[in-house]
Design a protein around this ligand. Structure first.
Ligand SMILES: CC(C)(COP(=O)(O)OP(=O)(O)OC[C@H]1O[C@@H](n2cnc3c(N)ncnc32)[C@H](O)[C@@H]1OP(=O)(O)O)[C@@H](O)C(=O)NCCC(=O)NCCS
Length: 155
């Protein structure tokens, strides 16, 4: 990855740019109010962005409850896809989750979302279940995936 991209935590000042990427990426985007709550008030939420210069080009968020991380959302702006940014961002999110004491990271993904499923597969996530009719607009099942972090070896 070239040095022209940097990864950094997101705050309320990135709300507008984040929502633009979300709206361009999902058939049922979250509202601005929902993301504002995430960025400003939800202490369990951790969001990372990928910046090209000052431009936010991708974001990923997770919730960490005790030692279990749950991916909230991941999206790369359409013009910036298939350049390795989604992978870099997920790797950063995994590192952040580990650094905060997480022992696993799980997520839900639409069954038909092959780009995302391929990405998660290649990062070592394994399928742990199926949630029938989880998504609407359009209706679809969710595949549940989980990555367990390696135990620290005793000194
Ligand atoms: C899924 C998403 C985040 C991937 O981001 P990206 O930056 O394009 O992904 P990368 O370039 O880092 O690719 C990483 C891997 O993802 C998979 N992948 C990415 N795009 C793909 C495509 N169009 N078709 C199949 N696999 C694809 C591949 O396994 C790829 O690895 P490879 O390049 O070694 O083949 C992006 O497509 C996106 O934002 N989609 C819309 C939002 C979304 O679906 N988010 C996930 C919700 S669960």
């Amino acid at each position: 990855m070239s040095a022209e991209f940097r990864f950094a935590p997101l705050g309320a000042e990135h709300l507008e740019a984040l929502c633009r990427i979300d709206q361009a990426s999902f058939s049922h985007p979250w509202t601005e109010a929902a993301y504002r709550q995430e960025l400003e008030q939800n202490h369990l939420a951790h969001y990372l962005g990928c910046f090209h210069g000052e431009e936010l080009v991708a974001f990923a968020g997770m919730w960490l409850v005790l030692d279990e991380g749950q991916v909230a959302n991941v999206a790369v702006a359409p013009a910036w896809r298939q350049k390795g940014l989604g992978r870099q961002l997920m790797e950063q999110l995994i590192l952040r989750c580990m650094a905060l004491g997480g022992r696993s990271l799980s997520l839900e993904v639409r069954e038909s979302n092959l780009p995302a499923r391929n990405l998660y597969d290649s990062l070592g996530f394994r399928t742990v279940g199926l949630r029938k009719g989880y998504y609407t607009q359009p209706a679809e099942d969710a595949v549940l995936m989980q990555l367990d972090f390696p135990e620290e070896s005793p000194e």
